[in-house]
Design a protein around this ligand. Structure first.
Ligand code: CTP
Ligand code: MG
Length: 227
């Protein structure tokens, strides 16, 4: 099927706290976005829609320049929530696209194999997300009181890209907008519309860069000796 990947890079990066949108934060002389694009460009060919913060269309151009004619990239401006940013990306898809992957630019080191595996797992009526087993010991709390242990064997931690049949995802987005729902993850939004979602194995390298410690981890993974 004709596949597109929407890369959402329109967040402000508040928790990273660098004063620039997270997608343009420097990892190793190259930006978070540049690294995310590396993974996408190494995956099997697909349309690319890049969602950037308002006023940063030109900032993104530097990271996009080297892609050149190799692959057409559509750049659109995002919204104030992740869900609105994905919706902006959906609105920019060309008519022929049948499968849509939604990917966080902040998961800058996501291996291309994970992108391919998600794309391959999407069916005409089922979405697919990469997920990792939970390793922390989890507790349910009531304020500061520890109520009980949570069985982590029935839990997984979701990553991106998350893939869906295009028509069903668009319908789910329209439904969420009409209901005034705001979901942090596309699989939750898709499931809220009654869609089924399968998981495929995730990868530790697909962690989301959220805090300064995460940025350090990314630097270490890229250049271990310089720690
Ligand atoms: N995102 C987006 N548009 C938004 C909010 C988030 O495109 N309005 C994107 C981010 O750019 C990121 C992904 O969604 O690639 C995951 O969001 P998150 O990690 O929360 O990034 P930020 O919102 O930028 O960070 P923070 O919440 O710390 O401000
Ligand atoms: Mg955020």
């Amino acid at each position: 099927p004709t596949t597109a990947i929407i890369i959402v890079a329109a967040g402000s990066g508040t928790r990273l706290g660098l004063g620039v949108p997270k997608a343009f934060a420097d990892i190793d002389g190259r930006t978070v976005l540049a690294h995310a694009l590396d993974g996408v460009l190494a995956a099997r060919p697909m349309h690319v829609v890049l969602v950037v913060p308002h006023g940063h269309e030109q900032t993104a151009a530097a990271d996009l320049a080297r892609i050149g004619e190799e692959r057409p990239v559509t750049v659109v401006v995002g919204g104030s929530t992740r869900q609105q940013s994905v919706a902006a990306g959906l609105a920019a898809l060309s008519e022929d696209v049948e499968v849509v992957l939604v990917h966080d630019a902040a998961r800058a080191l996501t291996p291309s194999a994970q992108i391919d595996a998600v794309a391959a797992a999407v069916t005409a009526d089922t979405g697919a997300i990469p997920a990792l087993a939970v390793i922390d010991t989890l507790k349910r709390v009531d304020g500061d009181a520890v109520v009980e242990a949570v069985d982590r064997s029935v839990l997984v931690a979701a990553q991106t890209p998350q893939g869906f049949p295009r028509a069903a995802l668009e319908a789910a987005y329209a439904r969420a907008a009409a209901e005034g729902e705001d979901h942090t993850d596309d699989a939750a939004l898709f499931a809220a519309a009654g869609g089924a979602v399968l998981r495929v194995p995730g990868d530790e390298r697909a962690f989301k860069i959220t805090t300064p410690a995460d940025l350090h981890r990314a630097r270490m993974l890229l250049h271990p000796a310089q720690g």
